[in-house]
Design a protein around this ligand. Sequence first.
Ligand code: AMP
Length: 588
Amino acid sequence: MDSSSIIHKTAADLRLAPNLADYDAERRRFSWDAVSREFAYQPGGGLNIAWQAVDRHVWGGLRDKPAFRFLKPGRPGQVFSYGEMAGLTNRFCNVLRGLGVGKGERLFILANRIPELYIAALGSLKNGTVVSPLFSAFGPEPLATRINLGEGIVLVTTDSLYERKVAKWRGRMPSLKHILLVAEEGGTTNVPGTLDLASLMAQASEICELTPTTGEDMALLHFTSGTTGTPKGAVHVHGAAATHWATGHYALDLHAEDIFWCTADPGWVTGTSYGIIAPLLHGVTSIVDGGEFDAERWYGILQEEAVSVWYTAPTAIRMLMKAGGEIVKKYEFPRLRFVASVGEPLNPEAVWWGKQVLGLPIHDNWWQTETGGIMIANTPAFDIKPGSMGRPLPGIEAAIVQRQENGTVQVIDEPNREGELALKAGWPSMFRAYLHNEERYRTCFAGDWYLTGDLAQRDAEGYYWFVGRADDVIKSAGHLIGPFEVESALMEHPAVAEAGVIGKPDPTVGEVVKAFVSLKNGFEPSEALRMELLGHARKRLGAAIAPKEIDFLIQLPRTRSGKIMRRLLKARELGLPEGDTSTLEGGA
Ligand code: AMP
């Protein structure tokens, strides 16, 4: 790479002295124990994410400082100070106690980005109750699958989402004892079989004693998808707060005076770790936008809210690029000083676009549901090589490895060689289990190494470059989608004999979900049937997961052992070489 394609850090990029200035020295000096001392005090001892995120600042003199500014298109914004968040989360904790919900039990949240989601998540943590956020664009099928796998006792949702996605399916979620409803249009709700959250909150006390939790107690359950089988519930603990704090410090460069905007939805791990926890741990003010993507509005938010640190995603950046240069000229962002992105490969043009249009380069970083927090990042401390995910943060040891037949791995020390990205186990936010799936959890580790399932390369200067996934999962608009979940929903349609699902490259959202189906005897391919299948999948799975394209095939390629060869479907779709087809049924 010649030096003209490197973005050198300039004084203009660093409007404040950065938290991380000397990368090598900080890595040498760093210890997780030192970070944990940040949370040394807690009434009654132990460690609780919510107390450290909210009440610690109230004790520290930030009672009146805004913790969140919630925005909604066409409505006035709502500001909640740290003091108000402390009181409201205490109330929610007391609501759970009143219902007899206790430590370790699971509470699911299905909501748009409304204040109640944030209050319920933090209040639940104060009660030691485990939080599992769901994405509001999921359909009834993925919702029920996750609530059942997590044995959800409580569901917090809105009247409208309940009506559309839960009511008819409730019988299929037998573990749910309490459904707490928020009225989307304000006021109270009165829906049989549910409780009105606003009324319960009004009756609950604002004072509550924390349920004792330690750093190893389970705090969050985030579902993620693999190639096969049902989604996996990655278990995270209260001690993860140390990673959230450290990564907010190094990778997002959070300073107390920042106005921070994380655009991710808490239904996905970024929206929880960095949309709720990390900024609060740093005592900063967060912007939460309840609206959908809109280029004009987003530039307006950056300007009007005086956002200083912005954490967003490649799909959103590419949509802003697509919206063109004229819109952005109407806005100014004098306060914006640091921009970061995560979730999918950030193409070099997008990094340069940031430099040209926002006046700031975009700092790509890498992590995944299992890691709980950012692991590899472009930071203020070193130059950016556009297209690279950056370097491992202090406290994180990464390597490129090759799996061996005997279950061990060989570390590839030579630079620029492709292999699997691995991380040395032991950082605080590392997932502790896949819920009820010990076997699957164990296969993620070889000795001390956690194997990420991503293929990557490391260059001679220690920068990591993403190559692709080692498995068949699909990344669409930053969301990880398991092909099996989509195939299963398609197979429920009476016309479908078999289904195979792939990610088809797309210039804006990375990949779109494309399905191939073969039909049962008595059904013929037609445009009407294609539309029916698209509608069927969308109704069950929701817009976030459903396929955007469906093709009919007479028969799907299978291995001799009967597995659908998605790799071959993809190669054929893209006109690429078919690779090794020796295991193909009826093949060579
Ligand atoms: P999730 O668990 O849903 O957060 O998805 C994690 C996966 O997203 C990773 O294993 C990668 O495949 C992908 N990913 C996350 N960040 C990046 C990035 N900066 N560049 C490329 N891929 C990424």
